[in-house]
Design a protein around this ligand. Sequence first.
Ligand code: CA
Length: 228
Amino acid sequence: MAHSPVILVVEDEPAQREVLAYNIAAEGFDVLTADSGDEALLIARETTPDLIILDWMLPNVSGIEVCRQLKSGTQTARIPVIMLSARSEEVDKIRGLETGADDYVTKPYSLAELLARTRSQLRRTRPSSVGETLEYEDIKLDTSAHRAFRGDAQINLGPTEFRLLTAFMERPGRVWSREQLLDRVWGRDIYVDSRTVDVHVGRLRKALRGGGEGDPIRTVRGAGYALG
Ligand code: CA
């Protein structure tokens, strides 16, 4: 199983929080919940979720303040935030966007619309999680059919190598540390030695070069690996 995107739902109303969490989980996402701004910030910093659905009206620390802090934190700045609000005035909308929120949904919202916007944010940040085809030079990855190609030739990859290649292809040029690859490809709760990463990167390289092509994966000394 590919590591599903993790979505943090921040809502202080228990009934609303549960409905949201239930429906997001039903879409195949992993869900974390927080009932206050403080808890949201704590969870976001600890786990770096793939997306945050953030209610505007929260006791103590407001959604706006949470968003502002998320967007100014080095670890959390890149997490897409969808703000939920009962207020529909344009001025509020603009304020919401000025805090760095990536999208904005007004309550009462349609669940279908919220989910569509969630997928649209993830398409931008984690394209493989919503079944997109990824391309990098002559390598093509069909994430919904679980097939990889180099040029016209299909590449046979084991499940771990497929997930590794997916991570690389979502962010060409990004240098991944072994720790980051472990989190992303094996999941946070599984204990795997970081040497295992080297073994699987080796297998992936071999598979990618099966037709005698060049090695697209770069070893960055002391740092990790990168595609291109
Ligand atoms: Ca609320």
